[in-house]
Design a protein around this ligand. Sequence first.
Ligand SMILES: Cc1ncc(COP(=O)(O)O)c(C=O)c1O
Length: 422
Amino acid sequence: MLTAQTETMNALDLAWVRSQFPALSQTFKGHPATFLDGPGGTQVPQRVIEAVSDYLKRNNANTGGAYTTSRHTDAMIAGARSAMADFLSCDPEEVVFGPNMTSLTFAVSRSMGRELGPGDEIVLTQLDHDANISPWRALEERGVNIRMAEIREDDCTLDMEDLRRKITKRTKLVAVGYASNAVGTINPVEEIIRLAHERGAMAYVDAVHYAPHGPIDVGALDCDFLVCSTYKFFGPHMGVLYGKREHLKRLEPYKVRANTNAIPNRWEWGTLNHECIAGVAACVDYLVDLGRHVNSSASTRREAVLAAYDVIQKHERGLMESLIRGLLAIPGLKLYGISDPKRFDQRCPTLAVRIKGHTPLELATRLGEFGFFTWDGNYYALNLTERLDVEKDGGFLRIGLAHYNTADEVDRFVTALRKIVG
Ligand SMILES: Cc1ncc(COP(=O)(O)O)c(C=O)c1O
């Protein structure tokens, strides 16, 4: 009889998935490379590599010129924007390209800051990456009051009662992560957006960590802004911002005179990273192909993206269950975040652990020698590591699964970790 795990693996066609990513077949010092560092940046499919280099080979030009390569560049950017619009479920003109999530968030905060002053409040959370904290804290110099929503230490979820209390009629913005890049918690963003709107505040969602693990529908969420980074979901190093059309039109960005007032152009300053934008289109194309691989009747790009995430989620869930089971059997290991399998739909397969007697850096270094690539430290989720009092002791060891990981990698990883800690 097939186990549930085998069935989902077949649905995913892991051999096909892995054949798309050239980095996965590497070996280091005789060990197969096992990439458990997806939360820091995932590997990319061959088509993304080719799209970046083909653009540079054939169409490298600035935009808006009256000649072929420039026109191709314009068309390529429009195509990538439309691909990202289908990925996020919005209109292409609501998609803004930028260098990374952090820069885009500073751009929005600078612009919103022009309208805010003493008496206005912004609500943030202790669970968030610093890129969704410091850009808003920068507005304290204008007299804006920042209120931090607490977490529940036992399972590293948001304290929703506290969050609800902190959103008042003075709140102008609630900025929240879709999922924690440190402990994997998926936040109830739909509810948080509704709470923000009930009090007349805007909602800004950091979907950087969630994007490789689940489908994003900005229309259904009804968020005002949502930001993600394509290098976390199989694309090149770029950031993408979704903004509701009315906000992108009304807010005043700092920009140069040559930028038109049309959206999204008024939010995209200087020359963009064209070659990476070519890679962004290819990364959405990969997900579409993956979706059609499992559901050939997916007719639109959006339907295919949803089909891809359906198998991604099932596959990651199977891997996460066996990884957590294996980790919890290691003496002295503490897993931070949700550990009850009944609640696994509230977490991503991103696991933060500490093991008695070993620093996270020591563990990551030893694991690296065996070809297992993990992270140690705070990954900029600094409020959380301080709040949990692990910052001074090196943070966590973070093990991040992506859909290209295998059951065999999980087994070998648990065995290696057991051996390392004796
Ligand atoms: C949850 C989360 N938010 C924001 C960021 C910052 O993204 P970027 O590197 O695109 O600025 C990261 C990067 O690790 C992240 O994991």
